[in-house]
Design a protein around this ligand. Structure first.
Ligand SMILES: Nc1ncnc2c1ncn2[C@@H]1O[C@H](COP(=O)(O)OP(=O)(O)O)[C@@H](O)[C@H]1O
Ligand SMILES: [Mg+2]
Length: 220
């Protein structure tokens, strides 16, 4: 059984414009999928469909064999960690550590466990010195790392990142690449949306290119 299976997926916003047209792809554990395509081609829309923020107008998305339309958002969230295109919208607590802790507490982890996991994430993402700082005064790159940390701490099977290199300098990009590589080696399945083809070419074993809502199948 595949981890994620997308079958004849179609989507139109209410204005009727068809954004996604009969897209098909399969993702197995350990895959690293790049989703490319020009601005406005439907990449973010696809991410929102995969996380059930939007509902397809046609076709199916199966997560470990189950149609996601039958799963709750919480069930999906446990399996797919989603870092949105604008990570600053994903930070919301008074302190950096609270942002990372929030969903852990929500899921009933004990305080000790929460502390351990926070420490690990703050170290890994080099955010330790901001522990008690408001996330709203961090730089974009730092907010990005925080958004990824807050999602990763839940240990999702699939990590979905939408345009993660936006606003990152070459050094930060390199670090992000190393971090993704490490996650990949540790068994996390990755989906990375980006128009930064140079960044993508370094990591991936599958790619999907969307243009005008259509997938270019020759790219797979
Ligand atoms: N809420 C919405 N309502 C109507 N059209 C939308 C909405 N969000 C995005 N679109 C349109 O859908 C198309 C694809 O957008 P998007 O998925 O954000 O593309 P990408 O992430 O590839 O840049 C664009 O033409 C955009 O204008
Ligand atoms: Mg987008």
């Amino acid at each position: 059984m595949s981890l994620l299976e997308v079958k004849d997926l179609s989507f139109a916003y209410k204005n009727g414009v068809q954004i996604i047209e009969r897209i098909n792809f399969t993702l197995n554990k350990g895959d690293c999928l790049a989703i490319k395509g020009p601005n406005g081609s439907g990449k973010t829309t696809l991410a929102k469909l995969l996380t059930r923020i939007l509902r397809p107008t046609g076709g199916h998305i199966l997560l470990e064999g189950k149609d996601i339309s039958e799963l709750t958002l919480a069930d999906i969230g446990k399996k797919i960690g989603y870092v949105m295109q604008n990570p600053e919208r994903q930070v919301f607590s008074h302190t950096v550590e609270e942002d990372i802790a929030f969903s852990l507490r929500h899921r009933g982890f004990k305080s000790e466990e929460v502390e351990k996991k926070i420490d690990k994430m703050l170290d890994f993402f080099e955010l330790n010195r901001y522990r008690k700082t408001s996330p709203f005064i961090l730089s974009r790159g730092e907010q990005q790392r925080l958004a990824i940390a807050s999602v990763l701490v839940l240990e999702p099977k699939i990590l979905l990142l939408d345009e993660p290199t936006t606003g990152l300098d070459p050094l930060r990009k390199k670090r992000l690449e190393l971090m993704l590589r490490e996650l990949y080696y540790n068994g996390t399945t990755l989906i990375v949306i980006s128009h930064d083809h140079k960044f993508l070419s370094k990591l991936f074993n599958k790619e999907l290119c969307i243009e005008n809502g259509l997938m270019r199948e020759d790219m797979l």
